[in-house]
Write a protein that binds this ligand. Structure first.
Ligand SMILES: Nc1ncnc2c1ncn2[C@@H]1O[C@H](COP(=O)(O)OP(=O)(O)OP(=O)(O)O)[C@@H](O)[C@H]1O
Ligand SMILES: [Mg+2]
Length: 257
């Protein structure tokens, strides 16, 4: 459904010297992936490995230097009219504090993408159904973001992403701003919604535990290269690349009591 073929994205860094060549950072190098309907892919790798860059390219927010992204066989080109694509592929933001407009009532925030994308139907009814789906009271619609906790805000952001009934959710560290107990609740909510609605998911995370819980497949990025890709259970049981092994060894475990 969503495919990337040979995607490459580099950035030219500011020159340190007038005379030398401009330095180039290759953030994503020759990455290919294929996401089927209803499939959940985790993207893991340490800081700076290119996870967010890959996600931006998949979302059509950033143009790759080489390679292509396609959704249901249609090219996704950054800078072009992507309305058709936005209805199908929605993003869950990382930071529930920065992602909602503080001056907008929650109901209006959830309604906004419905209006922008000309989603047919009764938007008021849809907002109410979305709030119920993420476990918030109906009166949340008339309140402002500052009246909600971080976990509740992330629920609102999820409701907003689900409004246009996308086939795919893309999420860049959607749980990292939440404390551990709330994270578990929101994670369970996402898992439940993704199951119920049959959504496909691309989840960027440096938390392998989260990926293990939510994702069927995992792609491991190192310095922009996909060093490993496979079924989550297989990769975690028998990582084939030393870097994946190192990532797994870095997961803290409770000592046996
Ligand atoms: N706009 C930009 N300009 C220049 N370099 C960039 C830009 N965006 C990303 N990079 C570089 O590309 C590389 C990959 O960055 P990216 O943000 O994709 O990593 P990441 O895996 O998401 O890291 P993190 O886990 O810290 O979020 C990094 O070396 C980063 O410095
Ligand atoms: Mg990132």
């Amino acid at each position: 459904m969503l495919t990337a073929a040979g995607v490459h994205r580099s950035y030219t860094l500011p020159r340190r010297s007038l005379f030398g060549p401009a330095a180039v950072r290759h953030a994503v190098r020759d990455v290919s992936l294929d996401l089927a309907a209803g499939e959940r892919l985790g993207v893991v790798g340490e800081s700076g490995s290119g996870k967010s860059t890959l996600l931006r390219v998949l979302l059509g927010l950033d143009r790759p230097d080489a390679g292509t992204v396609q959704f249901r066989g249609r090219p996704v080109l950054a800078g072009r009219d992507l309305g058709w694509f936005r209805r199908e592929v929605q993003m869950v933001p990382q930071d529930p504090y920065g992602s909602l407009d503080p001056r907008m009532r929650v109901g209006s925030s959830i309604r906004e993408p419905l209006e922008c994308l000309s989603v047919p139907g009764d938007h008021t009814a849809r907002v109410a159904a979305l709030l119920a789906a993420v476990g918030l009271e109906p009166d949340a619609a008339t309140r402002y973001p500052h009246e909600f906790s971080g976990g509740q805000r992330q629920r609102i952001a999820i409701a907003r992403a689900l409004g246009p009934e996308p086939a795919v959710l893309l999420a860049d560290e959607p749980f990292s701003a939440l404390d551990v107990a709330v994270r578990a609740q929101v994670l369970t909510l996402v898992q439940d919604l993704v199951d119920r609605l049959g959504l496909a998911l691309v989840l960027v995370s440096h938390d392998i535990g989260v990926v293990q819980q939510l994702c069927d497949r995992v792609l491991v990025l190192k310095d922009g290269v996909a060093v490993e890709q496979g079924r989550t259970a297989d990769v975690l049981r028998a990582p084939s690349h030393p870097y994946t092994r190192a990532l797994l060894d870095a997961v803290p475990r409770l000592p046996d009591l």
